[in-house]
Design a protein around this ligand. Structure first.
Ligand SMILES: [Zn+2]
Length: 537
């Protein structure tokens, strides 16, 4: 009974505390971070440096301590920019017959070895979906030696309606193109070529072309670290031309790839390529601060709050405006984290575990800042309770629901449900699981390291609005402002939705920080396996 009264008192205390989180304070941060002065917060630009300096100052002002390099608020992230030059080319040859491929119209890609000039000349092997997934008894390689070869494959994964087999309709990580290139490098391949089809990729060639046509930032390779000389995509038409040299077709090989009995097919084709790239060092940083936990036994463990600070900088003008302000994406998440840190630091009785605030860089360039953190963690995965990410909250007011994709796969799920219930929020399932959005946000590199992690998003049921209203707002933002110069702050923004999500994230963090036992991914989950692989018990 006494314990029950204590629990009720604690709950009431928490309810009063979260009222302190203020949408108007969040507004002030967003307004500055998204202003033209910051020139779109590009990575490795003056505007980006101004943003990180501002965030560090704000974290200091609320009383959070530096957690970065040498007593600073910055964890330096050395990146390499790799920009393929338009004269990149490759060809395929068999028995004197040759097919040549042109940059952008036939293929795109990047030199993962980060060299100014790179060449490859090797046998091609078709490896289906390129997946090795023992838990689904699936192995596309079947022990074939692809070292030093060019593997040719499709993205996505075997079709399934059974949730126990490759996640059913939802995409698992095995289906993402990032996995394909990682697995190719693990298998020792020299290069990897994904044959694009719209159904397997989930989007058209235009999207592939636009996202691979320019500079990509990468975490610098360690000395001696192996990677692909070329990680690329070819159009379906170019794929047909390549496969026809071996007497095969795209349709035929797509079908073969759906079978568990699939074995790699040596194509008898030699692939030669020469890729020139402009290489530059990019100096950037994650901004990070800590508020130590109150329990001496648990203060060496942490809850992570993350949000990316970077956006696209200055780019191609649209209607005369070339500053990509990134107000929603993601000045909002940064502002919310500062406000959460302010409340956390002001608590008289701090939660038991420490809170780590992590404003990561280079999300737009492929989750590089969070990837770097996962490789150089300030708290090892086995000492991290949960990582809660916030990215791009819309300024249209309060919803009656929230989205927490992935939380249901962790042992933290009951606490997530409890926090939602406490705030009268309905948890809405992922509306588009086949898009694999779970694998495209900053919590994902943390998950790959075995840390229970997910992104917290507002739902789309706006209080007092008809069904479909939220979806329409989202579609409108997506079509007219997402990744465009018009993603700007406006004084008529309704901050109550961000205020609500920040309060919810605070509750989640507080609950994780006070749990007796560290949460984990559920038994059998792909990320629990990741944690075992990374050596964490
Ligand atoms: Zn973005």
């Amino acid at each position: 009974m006494r314990q029950l009264i204590l629990l009720i008192a604690l709950a009431a205390g928490a309810a009063a505390q979260i009222q302190e989180i203020s949408g108007e304070r969040i507004r002030a941060h967003v307004k500055f971070l998204a202003s033209d002065l910051l020139e779109g917060r590009g990575v490795g630009t003056r505007g980006g440096d101004l943003a990180t300096a501002y965030l560090a100052s704000q974290l200091a002002l609320v009383g959070a301590k530096p957690a970065g390099d040498n007593g600073t608020y910055f964890q330096k992230v050395p990146l390499i920019g790799v920009e393929p030059m338009p004269d990149a080319r490759f060809s395929a040859e068999r028995n004197g017959k040759t097919a040549s491929f042109r940059w952008l119209s036939d293929f795109v890609g990047s030199d993962y070895r980060q060299r100014p000039v790179d060449e490859f000349d090797a046998e091609a092997v078709f490896v289906g979906h390129g997946i090795v997934a023992p838990e689904f008894r699936w192995d596309d390689f079947k022990g074939a030696d692809v070292r030093g070869k060019v593997i040719v494959l499709f993205t996505n994964e075997p079709a399934s309606s059974d949730p126990k087999f490759f996640g059913g309709r939802a995409l698992t990580y095995y289906g993402r193109w990032t996995y394909k290139f990682e697995q190719a490098a693990r298998a020792g391949a020299l290069a990897a070529l994904i044959i694009h089809t719209t159904p397997t990729a989930g989007y058209g060639w235009q999207v592939v072309r636009n996202s691979w046509g320019g500079e990509e930032p990468y975490v610098k390779l360690q000395p001696g670290q192996q990677d692909l000389a070329f990680a690329g995509w070819v159009t379906e038409e170019a794929g047909e031309r390549l496969l026809s040299l071996a007497g095969k077709t795209v349709a035929e090989l797509l079908k073969a790839s759906e079978s568990r009995e699939f074995k790699p097919i040596p194509l008898g084709v030699r692939i030669r390529g020469r890729i020139q790239s402009k290489i530059r060092d990019i100096s950037t940083a994650n901004v990070t601060a800590i508020i130590p936990g109150s329990d001496p036994a648990l203060a060496s463990e942490a809850v992570i709050f993350s949000a990316h600070w970077d956006h696209l900088g200055v780019g191609a003008p649209v209607d005369g405006d070339s500053i990509y302000n990134g107000a929603v994406d993601n000045a909002t998440g940064c502002a919310m984290l500062i406000e959460i840190a302010r409340l956390w630091a002001s608590l008289e009785q701090k939660p038991r575990r420490s809170a780590l605030f992590l404003l990561v860089t280079a999300e737009e360039g492929g989750l590089r800042g969070s990837e770097f953190y996962a490789r150089h963690p300030l708290f090892p995965p086995g000492k991290t309770a949960v990582a809660l990410n916030v990215d791009a909250i819309l300024p249209f007011g309060r919803t009656t629901d929230v989205v927490v994709n992935g939380a249901e796969r962790t042992t933290f799920w009951p606490q997530v449900q409890e926090a939602a219930a406490r705030m009268n929020l309905v948890i809405r399932p992922d509306p588009r699981p086949e898009q694999g959005s779970f694998y495209r946000s900053d919590h994902f590199p943390f998950a790959q390291a075995g840390i229970p992690s997910f992104t917290v998003d507002e739902g789309d049921q706006y209080a007092g609005k008809p069904e479909g209203y939220g979806e329409k707002l989202f579609e409108e933002y997506n079509a007219r402002h997402y990744h465009q110069p018009s993603d700007e702050y406006r004084d008529d923004w309704d901050m109550s939705g961000m205020e609500q999500v920040a309060r919810f994230v605070f509750l989640l963090g507080q609950s994780a920080a006070n749990l007796d036992k560290l949460p984990t991914w559920n038994p059998g989950d792909e990320f629990l396996a990741a944690r075992v692989k990374s050596g964490v018990k």
